[in-house]
Design a protein around this ligand. Structure first.
Ligand code: KIV
Length: 278
C-alpha cells in the first residue's frame, strides 16, 4: 500500500487547514527505522535531499539523483502509518521546464507513494508549481536559503536581509498563488518569517526562521546529533547519538582486542547444551 493510500495520512487539504493552528511537526527521514521512529510524532515526514549529505557523505545536495530519492522514498514509505510523506525533487530534475518537472514528480509519486513533492525556488518556479498542482501533484515549496542554489547564492547565508527582504516576500506570495499547499522558509530573519506567515494563506514551515511559523522542520540527523560534520545555528540537538555510538564502538573494539567479548557464559555456545526449542 502506498503512503498516500494510508487512511490516516493527512492530505494537502488537511495541512492547509492547519494554517494558524497548532504548529505542524515535521522531520526528515531517509530509512525505514527512522520513518518508524518519526511517524507517531510527526504530521509530515520529508525525504529530504539532505540525504546526500547526511547519509551518502556528499559535500552538498547537488549530487543527489532521482534514483536516490526514489529508493529512500520507498524505504521511508515502508515505515509510515500515519504521517504524510513528502519527497524532495533533486537538483536538475525540475528546473529545465514544467514538463521535465511533471515527468520526474510523477515518477516520485508513482514509485514511492509520496503524498506530495517539494521543490526549491520562488517566483521563477511559480509556473512549474502551477503546472504540477493543476495536474494532481501537490507541491510543498521551499524558499529563502535554497541549498541546491548555494553556488549562485554564495554559500549557506541568511537570505532576505535588508534590500533582499522584498524578494523573499514576493517569492512566498508567488508560490502560494501558484498552488503550493505549504512553504518551507529556510534561514530567513525571524521578522520576515513572521511577515510572510501573516501574508500568505498557506502554512509556513520554518527551519532557521521563526517560532511564529505554522510549523517547524529539522533534519533528523542534526537534531539527534548523528550528523556532526557541522552544526547549523538553527539545528537544536535534542540528543547526542553520534557521541554515544562512538563510545559504544570504541568499547566494542577494546573488548574484542582484550578478548572480553564475546563472554563465555553469555554470547557463545557450549558443545552439549541443547538449543532451546522455538
Ligand atoms: O533536504 C532537506 O532536508 C530539506 C529540509 C532542510 C527542509 O530541504
Amino acid at each position: 500500500m502506498s503512503a498516500t493510500a494510508k487512511k490516516t495520512a493527512p492530505m494537502p487539504s488537511d495541512i492547509l487547514a492547519r494554517k494558524g493552528g497548532t504548529p505542524l511537526v515535521c522531520l526528515t527521514a531517509y530509512t525505514t527505522p527512522f520513518a518508524q521512529l518519526t511517524d507517531p510524532h510527526c504530521d509530515i515526514v520529508l525525504v529530504g535531499d539532505s540525504v546526500g549529505m547526511v547519509l551518502h557523505g556528499l559535500t552538498s545536495t547537488l549530487g543527489v539523483t532521482m534514483d536516490m530519492m526514489v529508493m529512500h522514498g520507498q524505504a521511508v514509505a515502508r515505515g509510515l502509518t500515519k504521517a504524510m510523506m513528502v519527497v524532495d525533487m533533486p537538483f536538475g530534475s525540475y528546473e529545465e521546464s514544467p514538463e521535465q518537472a511533471y515527468r520526474n514528480a510523477a515518477r516520485i509519486m508513482r514509485e514511492t507513494g509520496a503524498g506530495a513533492v517539494k521543490l526549491e525556488g520562488g517566483e521563477e518556479m511559480a509556473p512549474t508549481i502551477r503546472h504540477l498542482t493543476s495536474r494532481s501533484i501537490p507541491v510543498m515549496a521551499h524558499i529563502g536559503l535554497t541549498p541546491q542554489a548555494i553556488n549562485t547564492l554564495g554559500g549557506y547565508k541568511v537570505q532576505g536581509r535588508g534590500d533582499d527582504r522584498a524578494r523573499i516576500l514576493a517569492d512566498a506570495e508567488a508560490v502560494a498563488q501558484a498552488g503550493a499547499f505549504s512553504v518551507v522558509l529556510e534561514k530567513v530573519p525571524a521578522s520576515l518569517a513572521d511577515e510572510i506567515t501573516a501574508a500568505v494563506p498557506i502554512p509556513t514551515i520554518g527551519i532557521g526562521a521563526s517560532a511564529g511559523c505554522d510549523g517547524q522542520i529539522l533534519v533528523i540527523d542534526d537534531m539527534l546529533g548523528l550528523f556532526t560534520a557541522f552544526k547549523p545555528k538553527f539545528a537544536k540537538r535534542y540528543a547526542t547519538l553520534g557521541e554515544n555510538a562512538d563510545k559504544a564502538i570504541a568499547e566494542y573494539a577494546a573488548e574484542v582486542r582484550s578478548r572480553a567479548f564475546p563472554a563465555a557464559a553469555e554470547h557463545v555456545f557450549g558443545d552439549d547444551v541443547p538449543e532451546p526449542k522455538k
